[in-house]
Design a protein around this ligand. Structure first.
Ligand SMILES: Cc1cc2nc3c(=O)[nH]c(=O)nc-3n(C[C@H](O)[C@H](O)[C@H](O)COP(=O)(O)OP(=O)(O)OC[C@H]3O[C@@H](n4cnc5c(N)ncnc54)[C@H](O)[C@@H]3O)c2cc1C
Length: 435
């Protein structure tokens, strides 16, 4: 039985995610009152990346306008599973070997700092976002995975994460070896971004919803941002649209993937108190969230490259898996959403390569965009304010990282990227992105 709720927050999929039952944030900006002012920064996209960036910049005294094609949280932020981690889809052994051990240390420290920054926003702004710290278990189920997991443990310790061997995986699924990352966290992504949006508006920030940006032009050092019959001016632009529009170097370096999530009620009440992850390819991820006194087990997985999909088959496979491993009473929500896998494993955050000056982008978050979207806000704020940032070089979108298999990645991705990006940045298509 699927839950039916009055859908106040819309999402780029036909299936309702568990987060959409939150109250929609009402926006106070009236576009007709915006006048012809030049904004310091126009941020395009109202997910976690755009809203956090807008708030950070407005806090720094910048005059900001955030423009969202539909409603806040319409994109993947409304279809996430909202685990907050200090370990990522690019594992520390991979980062060690592709970028060096100092890079692993920077990324590990950033993960920890971002979780505290999210908690800091929640506390200082009084946002009721269901935040709690949790242990996070990563577990293996055969010899090959165990070997890999032991390498992950060693590199994660060296990188500086709080991690150790564990005698449980927190979910009661048979395992071979398990490690526990401490001080991971979980929260409600839409309640969180709504709270940030309120704070942004309270500081004088402006938000326009239902406004699709179709074009930008650069004239005499000022960007003109075109949306329907309106045009807005800004010194800086941030594309916080999950992937920047059009075909460019970043659409070729990021492959779109889809992941599937079920929110399940259990008959035995045995809801995990932790976050947990197996090591299958694609892997499964588990956690519990409580909404209106009802607990739900969230289980995600069955990821695949966009365009190679049969969503109903993926949902069915995930359901079979959950029923094999948990005492399922009912399935209350099922949804899927899109994410972007960067060719060399790390996100691209900074100036958009090949574009006019002062155009910024944040993309390639893989399944870790709650952390990397928030980190983008930190980095982009520093770049726009001309401040040093220790991660700006490592995560620069202009980096040319020679990676094994790059040519095949680009070839394989070119077609899917073309169709996906071409479709995605067509306003009508935003309505019809399915599942
Ligand atoms: C199923 C799933 C589970 C995940 N789980 C986790 C997790 O547990 N932890 C984690 O850290 N990450 C997770 N992720 C990744 C994370 O959810 C995303 O990386 C993150 O939400 C991206 O946020 P964003 O703000 O960059 O983009 P989005 O949330 O996609 O926001 C982009 C916005 O831009 C708007 N937009 C697009 N084009 C235009 C335009 N031309 N004009 C105006 N507006 C426009 C869209 O409407 C959209 O609202 C998961 C992803 C998936 C798919």
């Amino acid at each position: 039985m699927e839950a039916t709720h009055l859908q106040s927050i819309r999402r780029d999929g036909t299936k309702e995610s568990i987060w959409q039952t939150a109250e929609k944030q009402s926006i106070t900006t009236n576009s007709s009152l915006l006048g012809t002012d030049i904004f310091d920064v126009i941020i395009i996209g109202g997910g976690i990346t755009g809203i956090t960036t807008a708030l950070n910049l407005q806090r720094e005294g910048k005059k900001c306008l955030l423009i969202e094609a539909k409603n806040l949280g319409f994109g993947t932020t409304g279809g996430t599973s909202a685990h907050l981690n200090t370990f990522f889809d690019a594992t520390y052994p991979e980062i060690d070997s592709d970028f060096g051990k100092d890079a692993s240390k920077l990324i590990a420290a950033a993960g920890k700092r971002v979780i505290l920054a999210i908690k800091g926003n929640i506390d200082s702004l009084g946002i009721d976002a269901d935040f709690s710290f949790r242990d996070g278990y990563l577990f293996s189920q055969d010899e090959k995975e165990t070997k890999q997991l032991k390498e992950i443990l060693a590199s994660s310790v060296e990188a500086g994460t709080e991690v150790e061997e564990a005698d449980t995986n927190g979910v009661g699924i048979a395992f071979d070896y398990s490690v526990k990352f401490s001080n991971q966290a979980q929260f409600h992504p839409l309640k969180y971004i709504n709270g940030l949006a309120r704070a942004f508006e309270a500081l004088g920030g402006q938000i326009l919803e239902n406004t699709f940006v179709s074009d930008t032009k650069f004239l005499d050092g000022i960007h003109q941002v075109k949306a329907a019959d309106k045009s807005f001016s800004a010194r800086n632009i941030v594309w916080a649209t999950h992937i920047p529009p059009g075909i460019n170097i970043l659409s070729l370096r990021n492959a779109p993937y889809r992941s599937y999530v079920l929110a399940v009620q259990l008959s035995d009440g045995n809801y995990p108190a932790c976050l947990s992850y197996d090591m299958k390819e694609p892997y499964h991820y588990f956690r519990t969230h409580e909404i209106e006194d009802q607990k739900y087990l969230l289980v995600g997985g069955e990821d695949h490259k966009t365009g190679h999909d049969d969503p109903e088959q993926a949902f069915a496979a995930l359901e079979t898996y959950v029923r094999q491993n948990f005492a399922v009473d009912s399935i209350s929500y099922k949804w899927s959403s899109q994410y972007y896998v960067p060719v060399d494993g790390l996100p691209y955050i900074g100036k958009l390569p090949g574009a006019e000056e002062n155009i910024y982008v944040a993309t390639g978050f893989n399944g870790n965009g709650m952390i990397f979207g928030t980190l983008s806000a930190e980095i982009l704020t520093d770049l726009i304010l001309n401040r040093e940032n220790e991660l700006s070089e490592l995560l620069s979108p202009s980096r040319l990282k020679p990676v094994a298999g790059f040519t095949e990645f680009v070839k394989e991705n070119a077609d899917v990227a073309y169709h996906f990006v071409a479709d995605r940045f067509n306003n009508e298509a935003l309505e019809t992105l399915d599942n």
